[in-house]
Write a protein that binds this ligand. Structure first.
Ligand code: FES
Length: 152
């Protein structure tokens, strides 16, 4: 969807800043916000560019750098840590062949860490794009990645 069409779906209110940034990021195939996106959001909402940039750098769901088509974010908060989050990260690194913060050479996956995703009862947890996965095991990770690769 064109960026201007995205803007017009939102009221010109600072309250919608995060939702608007989320949509602008989603519209970019490489899952990130360009300097032009930030300027568009600031101008449309009548906010200083610095406020938009502050929001983008504060929330880990936003990126100012190109990422993979699918962004895998493993919860790194204490509860998930206790239930094996680091084993999940190690298995994903092994399966994807990249480290945290890196993107696979085919541009399909970026691996990141995040704070609590609010699903502590099913730790360890990760989020892939907008979908949350819990009770992760090496087998489950392999199945999730296989499905995503199949989908392209
Ligand atoms: S600590 Fe991981 S989802 Fe809450």
């Amino acid at each position: 969807m064109e960026k201007k069409a995205i803007l017009q779906r939102f009221p010109r209110s600072p309250d919608v800043l995060l939702a608007l940034l989320h949509e602008l990021q989603r519209a970019n195939p490489q899952n990130y916000l360009t300097p032009e996106d930030l300027a568009l959001a600031a101008e449309y909402l009548g906010l200083p560019l610095s406020r938009v940039r502050d929001a983008v750098t504060f929330y880990t769901m936003f990126s100012l750098h190109p990422r993979g088509k699918h962004v895998i974010r493993v919860c790194d908060s204490p509860n998930c840590h206790l239930f094996g989050a680091w084993s999940v990260v190690e298995e994903l690194q092994r399966l994807l062949g990249v480290g945290v913060g890196e993107t696979t050479p085919d541009g399909l996956f970026t691996l990141e860490l995040t704070s609590c995703l609010g699903a502590c009862g099913v730790a360890p947890v990760m989020m892939v794009d907008d979908e949350v996965f819990g009770n992760l095991t090496p087998q489950k990770l392999r199945e999730i990645l296989a499905r995503l690769k199949e989908e392209g």
